[in-house]
Design a binder for this molecule. Structure first.
Ligand SMILES: Nc1nc2c(ncn2[C@@H]2O[C@H](COP(=O)(O)OP(=O)(O)O)[C@@H](O)[C@H]2O)c(=O)[nH]1
Ligand SMILES: [Mg+2]
Length: 302
Protein backbone atom coordinates (compact mmCIF):
# COMPACT_ATOMS: atom_id res chain seq x y z
CA UNK A 1 0.00 0.00 0.00
CA UNK A 2 1.01 3.58 -0.71
CA UNK A 3 4.42 2.58 -2.05
CA UNK A 4 4.67 5.28 -4.64
CA UNK A 5 3.88 8.01 -2.15
CA UNK A 6 6.55 6.66 0.20
CA UNK A 7 9.07 6.76 -2.64
CA UNK A 8 8.20 10.38 -3.41
CA UNK A 9 8.94 11.42 0.17
CA UNK A 10 12.10 9.40 0.35
CA UNK A 11 13.41 10.66 -2.97
CA UNK A 12 13.41 14.32 -1.91
CA UNK A 13 15.36 13.51 1.23
CA UNK A 14 17.81 11.45 -0.81
CA UNK A 15 18.15 14.20 -3.42
CA UNK A 16 19.26 16.81 -0.92
CA UNK A 17 21.48 14.35 0.90
CA UNK A 18 23.45 13.22 -2.10
CA UNK A 19 24.79 16.53 -3.24
CA UNK A 20 25.38 20.06 -2.08
CA UNK A 21 22.54 21.69 -3.89
CA UNK A 22 22.95 24.92 -5.78
CA UNK A 23 19.81 26.95 -6.38
CA UNK A 24 19.23 25.42 -9.78
CA UNK A 25 19.66 21.87 -8.53
CA UNK A 26 17.36 22.54 -5.62
CA UNK A 27 14.70 23.90 -7.97
CA UNK A 28 14.96 20.76 -10.05
CA UNK A 29 14.80 18.49 -7.01
CA UNK A 30 11.71 20.36 -5.78
CA UNK A 31 10.08 20.14 -9.17
CA UNK A 32 10.78 16.39 -9.34
CA UNK A 33 9.35 16.01 -5.83
CA UNK A 34 6.19 17.82 -6.82
CA UNK A 35 5.81 15.68 -9.94
CA UNK A 36 6.31 12.46 -8.05
CA UNK A 37 3.67 13.53 -5.52
CA UNK A 38 1.21 14.27 -8.31
CA UNK A 39 1.97 10.89 -9.87
CA UNK A 40 1.11 9.36 -6.51
CA UNK A 41 -2.35 10.99 -6.66
CA UNK A 42 -1.54 13.90 -4.42
CA UNK A 43 -3.65 16.85 -5.59
CA UNK A 44 -1.64 19.52 -7.43
CA UNK A 45 -2.38 22.18 -4.84
CA UNK A 46 -1.26 19.92 -2.01
CA UNK A 47 1.90 18.90 -3.88
CA UNK A 48 2.78 22.55 -4.41
CA UNK A 49 2.24 23.32 -0.75
CA UNK A 50 4.50 20.45 0.32
CA UNK A 51 7.26 21.45 -2.11
CA UNK A 52 7.00 24.97 -0.75
CA UNK A 53 7.42 23.65 2.81
CA UNK A 54 10.65 21.92 1.81
CA UNK A 55 11.91 25.00 0.03
CA UNK A 56 11.22 27.38 2.87
CA UNK A 57 12.70 24.91 5.34
CA UNK A 58 15.96 24.76 3.43
CA UNK A 59 16.13 28.50 2.93
CA UNK A 60 15.12 29.37 6.46
CA UNK A 61 17.99 27.62 8.22
CA UNK A 62 21.71 27.53 7.68
CA UNK A 63 22.47 24.13 6.24
CA UNK A 64 26.15 23.22 6.27
CA UNK A 65 26.21 19.60 5.31
CA UNK A 66 23.97 17.72 2.92
CA UNK A 67 23.09 15.32 5.73
CA UNK A 68 21.71 18.31 7.66
CA UNK A 69 19.70 19.34 4.60
CA UNK A 70 18.11 15.94 4.47
CA UNK A 71 17.22 16.20 8.13
CA UNK A 72 15.69 19.64 7.61
CA UNK A 73 13.57 18.30 4.76
CA UNK A 74 12.38 15.39 6.89
CA UNK A 75 11.51 17.66 9.82
CA UNK A 76 9.77 20.22 7.66
CA UNK A 77 7.62 17.61 5.89
CA UNK A 78 6.81 15.83 9.14
CA UNK A 79 5.59 19.04 10.77
CA UNK A 80 3.55 20.10 7.71
CA UNK A 81 1.85 16.71 7.51
CA UNK A 82 1.33 16.45 11.24
CA UNK A 83 -0.26 19.91 11.28
CA UNK A 84 -2.73 18.88 8.55
CA UNK A 85 -3.65 15.61 10.26
CA UNK A 86 -3.95 17.11 13.71
CA UNK A 87 -6.12 19.93 12.38
CA UNK A 88 -8.45 17.28 10.96
CA UNK A 89 -8.46 15.59 14.37
CA UNK A 90 -9.54 12.05 15.09
CA UNK A 91 -12.90 10.49 15.77
CA UNK A 92 -13.52 7.42 17.86
CA UNK A 93 -16.91 6.25 16.62
CA UNK A 94 -17.30 3.55 19.26
CA UNK A 95 -16.84 6.06 22.07
CA UNK A 96 -19.17 8.58 20.40
CA UNK A 97 -21.87 5.92 19.98
CA UNK A 98 -21.60 4.89 23.63
CA UNK A 99 -21.77 8.54 24.72
CA UNK A 100 -24.93 9.16 22.69
CA UNK A 101 -26.56 6.00 24.02
CA UNK A 102 -26.40 7.41 27.53
CA UNK A 103 -29.13 9.82 26.41
CA UNK A 104 -31.28 6.85 25.36
CA UNK A 105 -31.11 7.87 21.69
CA UNK A 106 -29.58 5.81 18.87
CA UNK A 107 -26.48 7.13 17.08
CA UNK A 108 -26.97 7.48 13.33
CA UNK A 109 -24.42 7.48 10.54
CA UNK A 110 -25.28 8.66 7.03
CA UNK A 111 -23.11 7.24 4.24
CA UNK A 112 -22.27 9.56 1.36
CA UNK A 113 -20.40 9.01 -1.89
CA UNK A 114 -20.88 8.28 -5.57
CA UNK A 115 -21.80 4.88 -7.02
CA UNK A 116 -19.22 2.16 -6.92
CA UNK A 117 -16.99 3.69 -4.27
CA UNK A 118 -17.96 1.00 -1.75
CA UNK A 119 -20.72 2.55 0.37
CA UNK A 120 -22.92 -0.52 0.72
CA UNK A 121 -19.93 -2.81 1.30
CA UNK A 122 -18.69 -0.37 3.93
CA UNK A 123 -22.10 -0.26 5.65
CA UNK A 124 -21.79 -4.05 6.01
CA UNK A 125 -18.17 -3.92 7.16
CA UNK A 126 -18.86 -1.16 9.67
CA UNK A 127 -21.88 -3.11 10.98
CA UNK A 128 -19.57 -6.08 11.47
CA UNK A 129 -16.92 -3.89 13.13
CA UNK A 130 -19.38 -2.28 15.56
CA UNK A 131 -20.99 -5.62 16.43
CA UNK A 132 -17.57 -6.97 17.29
CA UNK A 133 -17.18 -4.01 19.65
CA UNK A 134 -20.33 -5.17 21.41
CA UNK A 135 -22.73 -2.62 19.91
CA UNK A 136 -26.11 -3.37 18.34
CA UNK A 137 -26.64 -2.18 14.78
CA UNK A 138 -29.44 -1.72 12.23
CA UNK A 139 -29.28 -0.51 8.62
CA UNK A 140 -31.58 1.71 6.56
CA UNK A 141 -31.78 0.97 2.82
CA UNK A 142 -31.47 4.57 1.66
CA UNK A 143 -30.41 3.71 -1.89
CA UNK A 144 -33.90 3.57 -3.34
CA UNK A 145 -32.68 4.26 -6.89
CA UNK A 146 -30.21 1.64 -8.02
CA UNK A 147 -31.75 -1.69 -9.07
CA UNK A 148 -30.60 -4.41 -6.69
CA UNK A 149 -29.33 -1.98 -4.05
CA UNK A 150 -31.86 -3.02 -1.39
CA UNK A 151 -31.26 -6.75 -2.01
CA UNK A 152 -27.47 -6.22 -1.86
CA UNK A 153 -27.74 -4.54 1.54
CA UNK A 154 -30.29 -7.09 2.80
CA UNK A 155 -28.06 -10.00 1.79
CA UNK A 156 -25.11 -8.57 3.74
CA UNK A 157 -27.31 -7.74 6.71
CA UNK A 158 -28.83 -11.24 6.81
CA UNK A 159 -25.37 -12.76 6.85
CA UNK A 160 -24.37 -10.46 9.69
CA UNK A 161 -27.63 -10.88 11.59
CA UNK A 162 -28.54 -7.20 11.30
CA UNK A 163 -32.02 -5.76 10.73
CA UNK A 164 -32.67 -3.72 7.55
CA UNK A 165 -35.31 -1.01 7.44
CA UNK A 166 -36.54 -0.41 3.89
CA UNK A 167 -39.50 0.97 1.98
CA UNK A 168 -38.69 -0.28 -1.51
CA UNK A 169 -37.56 1.42 -4.69
CA UNK A 170 -38.69 4.93 -5.50
CA UNK A 171 -39.29 5.74 -1.83
CA UNK A 172 -37.98 8.99 -0.39
CA UNK A 173 -34.59 8.13 1.14
CA UNK A 174 -35.08 10.79 3.82
CA UNK A 175 -38.26 8.97 4.92
CA UNK A 176 -36.38 5.64 4.95
CA UNK A 177 -33.70 7.21 7.14
CA UNK A 178 -36.30 8.64 9.51
CA UNK A 179 -38.03 5.23 9.69
CA UNK A 180 -34.67 3.72 10.54
CA UNK A 181 -34.14 6.14 13.41
CA UNK A 182 -37.66 5.42 14.76
CA UNK A 183 -36.97 1.67 14.59
CA UNK A 184 -33.60 2.05 16.29
CA UNK A 185 -35.12 4.18 19.04
CA UNK A 186 -38.01 1.77 19.65
CA UNK A 187 -35.74 -1.29 19.70
CA UNK A 188 -32.87 0.25 21.67
CA UNK A 189 -30.41 -0.21 18.82
CA UNK A 190 -27.09 1.51 19.50
CA UNK A 191 -26.27 2.57 15.97
CA UNK A 192 -28.16 3.02 12.72
CA UNK A 193 -26.22 2.92 9.44
CA UNK A 194 -27.98 4.70 6.56
CA UNK A 195 -26.95 3.63 3.06
CA UNK A 196 -27.56 6.04 0.19
CA UNK A 197 -27.61 6.30 -3.58
CA UNK A 198 -24.86 8.05 -5.47
CA UNK A 199 -25.40 8.41 -9.14
CA UNK A 200 -23.04 11.09 -10.46
CA UNK A 201 -20.95 13.58 -8.60
CA UNK A 202 -22.03 16.32 -10.98
CA UNK A 203 -25.70 15.51 -10.46
CA UNK A 204 -27.22 18.48 -8.69
CA UNK A 205 -30.24 16.33 -7.75
CA UNK A 206 -27.97 13.94 -5.92
CA UNK A 207 -26.50 16.71 -3.81
CA UNK A 208 -29.97 18.04 -3.06
CA UNK A 209 -31.22 14.58 -2.17
CA UNK A 210 -28.28 13.96 0.18
CA UNK A 211 -28.66 17.38 1.76
CA UNK A 212 -32.36 16.61 2.31
CA UNK A 213 -31.62 13.29 4.06
CA UNK A 214 -29.10 15.09 6.25
CA UNK A 215 -31.65 17.81 7.06
CA UNK A 216 -34.48 15.41 7.86
CA UNK A 217 -32.55 12.70 9.69
CA UNK A 218 -29.96 14.95 11.31
CA UNK A 219 -27.43 12.12 11.53
CA UNK A 220 -24.81 12.20 14.26
CA UNK A 221 -22.13 11.50 11.69
CA UNK A 222 -21.89 11.98 7.94
CA UNK A 223 -19.37 9.49 6.59
CA UNK A 224 -17.97 10.14 3.14
CA UNK A 225 -16.81 7.05 1.23
CA UNK A 226 -14.09 7.47 -1.39
CA UNK A 227 -12.45 4.97 -3.70
CA UNK A 228 -8.68 5.35 -3.31
CA UNK A 229 -8.11 4.07 -6.83
CA UNK A 230 -9.84 7.08 -8.35
CA UNK A 231 -7.12 9.39 -7.00
CA UNK A 232 -7.78 13.00 -7.83
CA UNK A 233 -11.44 12.26 -8.62
CA UNK A 234 -11.86 11.09 -5.05
CA UNK A 235 -10.49 14.42 -3.89
CA UNK A 236 -12.85 16.48 -6.06
CA UNK A 237 -15.80 14.33 -4.94
CA UNK A 238 -14.79 14.95 -1.33
CA UNK A 239 -14.71 18.69 -1.94
CA UNK A 240 -18.09 18.60 -3.68
CA UNK A 241 -19.85 16.60 -0.95
CA UNK A 242 -18.19 18.68 1.73
CA UNK A 243 -19.43 21.88 0.14
CA UNK A 244 -23.00 20.80 -0.65
CA UNK A 245 -23.85 18.34 2.11
CA UNK A 246 -20.97 18.52 4.57
CA UNK A 247 -19.32 15.49 6.09
CA UNK A 248 -17.54 14.67 9.33
CA UNK A 249 -15.06 12.03 8.29
CA UNK A 250 -14.09 9.71 5.45
CA UNK A 251 -13.47 6.07 4.64
CA UNK A 252 -11.00 5.27 1.90
CA UNK A 253 -11.87 1.99 0.19
CA UNK A 254 -9.80 -0.25 -2.07
CA UNK A 255 -6.60 0.76 -0.30
CA UNK A 256 -5.55 -2.89 -0.78
CA UNK A 257 -5.18 -2.22 -4.51
CA UNK A 258 -3.81 1.32 -4.22
CA UNK A 259 -0.08 1.64 -4.76
CA UNK A 260 -0.11 5.41 -5.13
CA UNK A 261 -1.55 6.47 -1.81
CA UNK A 262 -2.02 10.21 -2.30
CA UNK A 263 -5.82 10.28 -1.93
CA UNK A 264 -5.79 9.98 1.88
CA UNK A 265 -3.34 12.82 2.17
CA UNK A 266 -5.21 15.07 -0.27
CA UNK A 267 -8.65 14.50 1.26
CA UNK A 268 -7.37 15.40 4.72
CA UNK A 269 -5.48 18.43 3.36
CA UNK A 270 -8.27 19.77 1.17
CA UNK A 271 -11.33 19.15 3.39
CA UNK A 272 -9.75 19.27 6.84
CA UNK A 273 -11.73 16.12 7.74
CA UNK A 274 -10.18 12.97 9.17
CA UNK A 275 -9.95 9.57 7.48
CA UNK A 276 -11.47 7.05 9.92
CA UNK A 277 -11.05 3.72 8.18
CA UNK A 278 -9.38 2.09 5.22
CA UNK A 279 -11.13 -0.58 3.19
CA UNK A 280 -8.53 -3.22 2.47
CA UNK A 281 -10.48 -5.95 0.67
CA UNK A 282 -13.97 -7.28 0.07
CA UNK A 283 -14.42 -9.39 3.22
CA UNK A 284 -16.36 -8.22 6.28
CA UNK A 285 -13.17 -7.93 8.31
CA UNK A 286 -11.42 -5.85 5.66
CA UNK A 287 -12.09 -2.51 7.30
CA UNK A 288 -9.26 -1.23 9.47
CA UNK A 289 -9.07 1.96 11.56
CA UNK A 290 -6.81 4.49 9.88
CA UNK A 291 -3.88 5.41 12.07
CA UNK A 292 -2.57 8.76 10.83
CA UNK A 293 0.57 8.63 13.00
CA UNK A 294 1.49 5.24 11.62
CA UNK A 295 0.71 6.44 8.10
CA UNK A 296 2.99 9.47 8.51
CA UNK A 297 5.78 7.40 10.01
CA UNK A 298 5.62 4.94 7.14
CA UNK A 299 5.83 7.83 4.65
CA UNK A 300 8.69 9.66 6.26
CA UNK A 301 10.92 6.97 7.71
CA UNK A 302 13.25 5.30 5.29
N1 LIG B 1 -10.66 -4.58 -3.31
C1 LIG B 1 -11.62 -3.92 -2.68
N2 LIG B 1 -12.86 -3.85 -3.22
C2 LIG B 1 -13.82 -3.15 -2.57
C3 LIG B 1 -13.53 -2.48 -1.34
N3 LIG B 1 -14.67 -1.86 -0.95
C4 LIG B 1 -15.61 -2.12 -1.88
N4 LIG B 1 -15.12 -2.90 -2.86
C5 LIG B 1 -15.81 -3.40 -4.07
O1 LIG B 1 -16.30 -2.29 -4.81
C6 LIG B 1 -17.51 -2.62 -5.47
C7 LIG B 1 -18.57 -1.57 -5.25
O2 LIG B 1 -18.97 -1.60 -3.89
P1 LIG B 1 -20.42 -1.13 -3.39
O3 LIG B 1 -20.39 -1.27 -1.91
O4 LIG B 1 -21.50 -1.83 -4.11
O5 LIG B 1 -20.37 0.41 -3.81
P2 LIG B 1 -21.54 1.52 -3.71
O6 LIG B 1 -22.08 1.68 -5.09
O7 LIG B 1 -20.86 2.77 -3.27
O8 LIG B 1 -22.55 1.05 -2.72
C8 LIG B 1 -17.89 -4.02 -4.96
O9 LIG B 1 -17.53 -4.96 -5.92
C9 LIG B 1 -17.07 -4.16 -3.70
O10 LIG B 1 -16.80 -5.50 -3.39
C10 LIG B 1 -12.19 -2.57 -0.78
O11 LIG B 1 -11.86 -2.01 0.28
N5 LIG B 1 -11.29 -3.29 -1.49
MG1 LIG C 1 -24.58 0.86 -2.84
Amino acid sequence: MFDRLKQAFQSISAAVKERQLGDEELDKALFDFQMSLVESDVAQRVAEALAHEVESGLKGVKVERSADASEVVGRQLASALEAAFSKAGTVDLVTSIKEKRKSGEPYSILFLGINGTGKTTTVARLANYLKKKGLSVACAAGDTHRPGAIEQLTEHADRLGVKVISQGYGADPAAVGRDGVLYARAHHVDCLLIDSAGRMQTNQNLMEEMAKIARVVRPDFRLFVADALTGNDAVSQAELFNEHVGFDGAVLTKADADVRGGAALSIVYSTGKPVLFLGVGQGYDDLVPFDSQKFLRSLLQP
